[in-house]
Design a protein around this ligand. Structure first.
Ligand SMILES: Nc1ncnc2c1ncn2[C@@H]1O[C@H](COP(=O)(O)OP(=O)(O)OP(=O)(O)O)[C@@H](O)[C@H]1O
Ligand SMILES: [Mg+2]
Length: 230
């Protein structure tokens, strides 16, 4: 279970402040598929960064299976991130001169796993996303959809409790996008929370938990309020 209570995030840019999150409350059960939608700039990526321990909130509380993330030291946060979280962020691209196998192994090696174990786990993650045959290909030798599946494999390789995905289907055609999403959906059957930020309402199916964010707060719907009514 992940809970956010009154979470605020204010970025300081010189003399200006940007209030990216303004008191957000949210509960996410393990084994839930959560879809987050909202206009550009509403704070969705900021939310994923905070839950993924890439950044800390300016106010409020984030509990992750009982651990208060705000109380962790920066070393503990890094450790937490490596062990418990899988990221699928478009800006965390693959390293061009490493093969798919090596790209997936990398987070394990960085967190100190023995080489042989990293190799086996990466192989099995690539098998899970159907890319065993492509493991020696470099990023430039893979299709866009295959590349995104390598990113999914890399997010899965440390056996995380939660997968955080920021527009994972952004550059993909509909069919490949659907494949990536159904791969992610399977994860909830393994008891992992999966939080997906997307602009595409068609990704949602009955049973998903839908969260709408506007202006840094949770709202009940994204329909515009009628203006001028009294
Ligand atoms: N590091 C930062 N420093 C200053 N302002 C930031 C920073 N990161 C984000 N912001 C601002 O915070 C607000 C929320 O940004 P965020 O990236 O969370 O939006 P988003 O909902 O993910 O938008 P999009 O759908 O366009 O990806 C935006 O106004 C953005 O300009
Ligand atoms: Mg974003």
């Amino acid at each position: 279970m992940i809970s956010l209570l009154g979470v605020e995030k204010t970025y300081q840019r010189g003399a200006n402040q940007v209030h990216a999150l303004r008191g957000l409350d949210l509960e996410i059960a393990s084994s839930e598929f959560t879809i987050i939608m909202g206009p550009s700039g509403s704070g969705k990526s900021t939310l994923l960064h905070l839950v993924g321990c890439l950044d800390t909130p300016s106010a409020g509380q984030i509990l992750f299976e009982g651990t208060d993330l705000v109380q962790l030291s920066s070393t503990q946060r890094a450790e937490f991130r490596r062990r418990r979280i899988g990221f699928i962020f478009q800006r965390f691209n693959q390293i061009p001169n490493l093969s798919a196998q090596e790209n997936v192994e990398l987070p394990l090696l960085l967190s100190g796993a023995p080489r042989r174990q990293a190799h086996e786990q990466a192989r099995s993650a690539l098998r899970q996303v159907g890319l065993a045959e492509r493991s020696s290909h470099r990023p430039s030798e893979l299709s866009g959809g295959e590349l995104q599946r390598v990113t999914v494999a890399r997010a899965l390789v440390n056996n995380p409790d939660a997968i955080l995905a920021d527009e994972p289907t952004g550059n993909l055609d509909m069919e490949t996008g659907d494949q990536v999403i159904s791969m992610l959906r399977h994860l909830k059957d393994e008891g992992r929370a999966c939080i997906v930020v997307t602009h595409n309402p068609e990704l949602a199916i009955p049973g998903d938990s839908l969260v709408y964010v506007r202006d840094g707060k949770r709202v009940d719907s994204l329909f515009r309020e009628e203006k001028g009514r009294h």
